[in-house]
Design a protein around this ligand. Structure first.
Ligand code: SF4
Length: 361
């Protein structure tokens, strides 16, 4: 299996290009095709010499996620269902602008990204864990979710703009639209001004995704190495250009990996899927708590907080009769105060096949 080009860091590509005797500016050209134009095939890279294109084709794959279904209309939450090359399915969710998500004063569009196919952690209320864990996502499959949503957005706007249709005929080879099916959607998204607008060329709409939350399918910190490399690419100015402070990593409570994350140079935000403020309650719905009980989780969070000086968020999904009792209030408040954490209370959304209910107002 070839290494996918989107799993490669700038320095890895530079080393390879040096070995091929290619000048450094060719790497910059390639990266522009990948992360500004979001190219989905080699043929579109018209300013790279044919011999270099052939070399790239021989050494690297360039896969794109296949959009199977999109749900949700403009200015609402939009869910993207993707098929991977091994036919596995994953989801990403595009969340519209929100004035105060995860401690930010405001954001534009937040993409919730998956990190695994299925999940091994078996939280009792969660649909992702129902069929168990299948595999970790590869670096390019994590990076690819952002690029595929932005490419979808660029394709949508090409349908709207007559000028860009002319541009398209000039530059894009016929039949090369990466995801033609998405052009038929009736919904449209508004393009939001980007803090760092990219040059206006084919497929290079201003960045749509300004914030990431790593809390889709899977336990992110159980796919630590691939996730961290993907985030380096999505954070890099030559890559996704998304600021580390606009990236929130969520975990169900893998204490050792939280400590490891504290030592990373990038300033990510951390969110803990807490969902219970006592071991008794957490044990009922989150098997991970038996391995890393609250005392251990809290100590790891405290370490992260002290090391990074960043506010942690506790995600707390309220499930009727399970974790919404007044007995949870005092310990939750005490834990939040100790860790200077923000608490995000979320009423449970019913999942087919699971017995849990949303609490009353
Ligand atoms: S760790 Fe996250 S994805 Fe996995 S079962 Fe728990 S809530 Fe679901």
């Amino acid at each position: 299996m070839l290494t996918d080009i989107r799993s490669q860091l700038n320095e890895e590509l530079e080393a390879q290009f040096r070995a091929w005797g290619q000048p450094a500016y060719r790497v910059a050209q390639l990266l522009e095709w990948l992360y500004v134009h979001r190219a989905a095939n080699w043929d579109t890279m018209t300013n790279l010499p044919r011999a270099l294109q052939d070399e790239l084709r021989k050494h690297y794959s360039l896969t794109a996620l296949e959009l199977i279904r999109k749900q949700g209309a403009r200015d609402t939450t939009q869910k993207f269902l993707w098929r991977l090359t091994d036919q596995a399915l994953i989801e990403s969710v595009l969340i519209p602008a929100n004035p105060a998500l995860y401690g930010e004063s405001s954001d534009r569009r937040t993409l919730c990204v998956s990190t695994q196919v299925g999940c091994a952690y078996g939280c009792k209320f969660c649909a992702s864990g129902l069929e168990g864990w299948k595999r970790n996502l590869r670096v390019e499959e994590i990076v690819g979710q952002v690029l595929a949503v932005e490419r979808w957005n660029a394709e949508e706007s090409k349908v709207q703009s007559p000028e860009s249709k002319v541009q398209n005929q000039e530059v894009e080879p016929s039949g090369q639209h990466p995801e033609p099916s998405v052009l038929h959607h009736a919904s449209r998204i508004t393009h939001l001004a980007s803090p760092n607008p990219q040059p206006s060329t084919l497929n290079s709409q201003p960045r749509l995704v300004s914030n990431l939350v790593i809390m889709g399918m899977g336990e992110p910190l159980a796919n630590y190495e691939n996730l961290l490399k993907a985030l380096r690419i999505l954070n890099a100015p030559w890559g996704g250009g998304i600021g580390a402070r606009k990236i929130t990593i969520s975990t169900s409570g893998l204490a050792p990996q939280i400590r490891k994350l504290a030592a990373e140079p990038m300033q990510f935000r951390l969110a803990i899927s807490l969902h219970g403020a006592t071991d008794a309650t957490r044990n009922k719905i989150m098997p991970v708590n038996r391995k890393y009980p609250l005392s251990e989780l809290a100590a790891a969070c405290e370490y992260y907080q002290q090391k990074r000086g960043r506010m942690i968020t506790f995600e707390y999904v309220l499930i009727a009769g399970v974790n919404d009792g007044l007995d949870q209030v005092q310990p939750l408040a005490a834990l939040a105060r100790r860790l200077k954490a923000k608490v995000n209370l979320i009423p449970y959304n019913k999942v087919d096949g699971l017995p849990w209910e949303r609490p009353s107002e």
